[in-house]
Design a protein around this ligand. Sequence first.
Ligand code: NAP
Ligand code: MG
Length: 404
Amino acid sequence: MNGKIQMKTPLVEMDGDEMTRVIWQMIKDILLTPYIDLKTEYYDLGLVHRDKTDDQVTIDSAIAVKKYGVAVKCATITANAERVTEYNLKQMWKSPNGTIRAILDGTVFRAPIIVNRIKPFIPAWKKPIIIARHAYGDVYKNVESRIKERGKAELVFTSETGEITRQTIHDFDGQGVIMGMHNTDSSIYSFARSCFNYAVDQKQDLWFATKDTISKQYDHRFKDIFQEVYDNEYKDRFEKLKIEYFYTLIDDAVARVVRSEGGYIWACKNYDGDVMSDMVATVFGSLAMMTSVLVSPDGYYEYEAAHGTVQRHYYKHLKGEETSTNSMATIFAWTGALRKRGELDNLQELINFANKLEQTSIRTIEDGIMTKDLTMLCSDSDIKSVNTEEFLKEIDYRLKKILY
Ligand code: NAP
Ligand code: MG
């Protein structure tokens, strides 16, 4: 390699919080800027700056994704009551991921990084299971309230022309809770299409599941749209590739997934995807080995790690104690974004770099060098437990060898 790799279009860089913010800077310093003339448009989504800008920075960053097409995001704190006190916040800001997904729409694909030394907790799982999570609506865009007295709760729809339909949700004779949520046909269609496209792209079966037997309108709509899109637009391509579209009830799907050997895409409604991607990540080893990309129907991509800000490690770091935080998923967020940028801008050197960085990251673990979350899962005797920074330097040592 002679000289740094040049980029054409900037990546939208969304910085975040706590331990992942620390790792973010280390990855840039150790693995990226020595090799790439890194071009980014920087947005600080750390909680302090979100609060300072009344969360405008989150909205601005999502708009920038629409302008440039590819983003890489660090994990961020979703504020709750404790965080409001801890950071002395003006208000309990919404989840940045929720805000970004609401602006970009789309589907989140989560895939585990598989390494030979780490055996899944479910021995039958031989191949990755990719979770495709609908990233719009349902409980993540709900309206809810506590009922404090007797009374009637109703679902009311007022059409543009003023026509009103009403249904009773419940006649309360005491306290309780209610919630209203929604989705739109257009978002469900684009969810379905991005899942079928991804299946064709990866040449893998697609599974989809809802609770349509209980939710005869809401969940059934998802089932019907998927079937319609499959029959009209994808059936031929699936048959040609000898891959399958398979629909079942969510509880049946869970049972089948556990008994399967993996190797398919599992499309999940928003909440199911939230829960099941943590389950799949855990079975494959560690949350720190789960990658995540939001693919919007307009062709925008936002790459991130599936895990959070690793708060417990951050507090140790603040006390000056050594940490052993696994940076794999955050590295893969960067490589995913750089490779996509390379594809869009036709920069083969950038694509090669992203591939090589992924290979050497996996190689490092397969050489037996890993952070504590992984050493706990590996029974080999020749492994070396390293701290947060050592792990990155071990990757860099191997990266240099294949780059030069
Ligand atoms: P978390 O940050 O994912 O961490 C949960 C636990 O998983 C950690 O305490 C750690 O276990 C382990 N872990 C996760 N990532 C790891 C890594 N890279 N290396 C080693 N171990 C790792 O979840 P959380 O503690 O529930 O949430 C912390 C904050 O993150 C919250 O404020 C939440 O709002 C936010 N969050 C953000 C996102 C996002 O931005 N996408 C997603 C989820 C959560 P041990 O402590 O046992 O070592
Ligand atoms: Mg979650």
